[in-house]
Ligand binder design. Structure first.
Ligand SMILES: NC(=O)c1ccc[n+]([C@@H]2O[C@H](COP(=O)([O-])OP(=O)(O)OC[C@H]3O[C@@H](n4cnc5c(N)ncnc54)[C@H](OP(=O)(O)O)[C@@H]3O)[C@@H](O)[C@H]2O)c1
Length: 269
């Protein structure tokens, strides 16, 4: 039995691959550049924007029965994901684990519609809804979240929940809100990072228009940038904080300061 990772070796894909390797679990990584995957990982060519690649994983391994999904980088992730999931079901896949986000509930933006579809499709599934991870790496210096608090979670902690959802004998068939062990504003995060690096990191509070220009410079399409700004507004309004206080949740182990210490190199300009 083989687990397919539709995640490249991205933020959660790499730590998840390591956990599966340690557990001696058979797995295959779908990537746009399979030749570039580090040893000993086995990859297969896959591109969400090229449906002719959707069959590749099943040609490479006839025993795929579970799939970890990090969806296509578009605003509405349902069309491509649904096409792939229907093919996978026809090929014998029994369980899907979807990476969504705390800020996007079932039926909502981005992965919300995929969440709804999986929950209603009659397959075994789990949906991971983590708060922000590595967002710090990408956007600590500037954003529109103001003084909103976030329970930053490490990608390793998200991968640990993904691992259980994939390998546990009984499918979870539910969503998992995943938070880090403490709440921080971006100003507090910048102060922690300054302490670790030994130099001052200033967090710049952006207006909506400045935030939009920043996302579009990535570059991201305008509708995607607006959706992400909507998620940042939720943080500014204190909504991310409510996930931290949720009754049912998974709490990661890695503190933000530990994350900065472990990834110091990534922040040294
Ligand atoms: N970042 C956060 O703080 C955060 C928080 C909560 C939820 N999320 C959710 O996590 C998901 C993305 O995570 P991320 O931003 O951290 O991404 P990521 O893990 O850095 O990237 C995902 C991987 O997707 C692969 N990929 C990109 N375009 C592809 C394509 N056209 N076809 C096939 N594979 C492709 C890439 O691998 P290859 O280069 O090997 O193809 C990449 O490594 C989103 O759904 C987001 O909503 C993120």
């Amino acid at each position: 039995m083989t687990i397919l990772l539709l995640s490249g070796i991205g933020n959660t894909g790499l730590p998840l691959a390591r956990l599966l390797q340690e557990a001696k679990q058979s797995f295959l990584i779908a990537s746009r550049s399979p030749a570039k995957l580090p040893e000993p990982f086995k990859g297969v060519a896959f591109d969400w924007f090229n449906p002719s690649t959707y069959e590749n994983p099943f040609k490479a391994d006839a025993n795929i029965d579970r799939v970890y999904i990090v969806g296509p980088p578009v605003l509405d992730k349902l069309p491509q994901t649904k096409d792939f999931v229907e093919l996978a079901i026809a090929k014998g896949v029994k369980r899907f684990v979807l990476l969504s986000a705390a800020g996007t509930p079932r039926g909502g933006l981005l992965n919300g519609k995929v969440h709804e579809y999986l929950a209603e499709r009659g397959v075994d599934y789990a949906v991971l809804r983590p708060t922000w991870f590595n967002a710090v790496k990408q956007g600590l210096v500037a954003s529109t979240v103001g003084n909103g608090k976030i329970a930053f979670v490490s990608a390793d902690d998200v991968a640990a929940v993904a691992f259980r959802a994939l390998v546990d004998e009984k499918s979870h068939n539910t969503e998992h809100i995943i938070v880090g062990p403490e709440l921080h504003t971006y100003d507090e995060a910048a102060a922690l990072l300054s302490g670790v690096l030994g130099r001052t990191i200033i967090y710049k509070h952006l207006t909506h228009e400045e935030g939009k220009a920043l996302f579009q410079s990535v570059p991201l399409p305008e509708d995607y940038a607006i959706a992400l700004l909507g998620l940042e507004k939720q943080i500014a309004d204190g909504e991310e904080e409510t996930h931290f206080h949720a009754e049912v949740k998974e709490v990661g182990k890695v503190h933000l300061k530990e994350y900065f210490e472990a990834n110091r190199e990534a922040f040294v300009a």
